[in-house]
Design a protein around this ligand. Sequence first.
Ligand SMILES: [Zn+2]
Length: 332
Amino acid sequence: MVIQLTPPTTSGSMVGMEEFYPRTILELEDRFATEDACREYLVRLRWPDGFICPRCRRQGGWLATRGRVICRDCRHQASVTAGTIFQDTHKPLRLWFRAIWQVTSQKNGASAFNVQQVLGLGSYLTAWTWLHKLRRAMVRPGRDFLGGRVEVDETYVGGEGEGKKKGGRGSDKALVAIAVEEDGSGMGRIRMARIADESRSSLYCFIRASIKPGSTIHTDGNPSYKGLEKIGYAHEATVLLGREKDAATQLLPRVHRVASLLKRWLLGTHQGAVHPNYLDYYLDEFTFRFNRRTSRSRGKLFYRLLQQAVQVEPAPYRSIVADAAEARDHKL
Ligand SMILES: [Zn+2]
């Protein structure tokens, strides 16, 4: 199969292709029935404005066999999967596409066990590694910051019990900072990250990485949030007066709603089988899903995830495990 890969302005062949996404499983099966069909789709996603040769930087090329793209000028052969999460995979792309469909088409996603069963993968570890690679692709490089009025709070996740209880020595509880945009009485987008502790530097670090300066940050009376004005934010602290059980929930209702959805998802879809070392990846998946919850078509999530999958650096199994080991060694 040879497909000419020229910019959409000079060739009609790409027009209307970029935005295709399957809306049903039948559309998925029809459109991605062969390896060539999958590769061609990845090429369009990776070079939406036409292939640019990584060697001579000129534009234009052909899609040849086995996912190679050949430069029109210097004949350099580039691989569509090199430098993406699909690099060095020994499994068919058709299987990957179906794993991505499984993850994106269901409201709560899929566990490694589900994916292994449904796709008939020989090993649980393969399914587990795939899902972690996909979670890495769920964070778009250079993504937007939250803005406007934003609720921020922190909560303990994992281990036994819930809420703002300190995890003692050897505890598998992790502290997670959560930011939720206020959208009228509803919720806008969210960000979340595991933080080392409740110190000012940990919380400031999270806020700076997640929220646009000039935004208004709404918190409880935790003294660690004091001084946010000095780093460019408006700050509104509501101090908890009542001692009623649900007072905290009423104070920052959006953060508390998100925290309880997160915990329910970890316990439900993943049956609580989330090691604290990998929690960040699950937070990324939850955020990806939550911020697209109003998307009219689940197929759009499929499209978006594949698009991001060909933009991120590959994450070999070794590096995923090494990250976790590093996190453990540094008690992150
Ligand atoms: Zn070239």
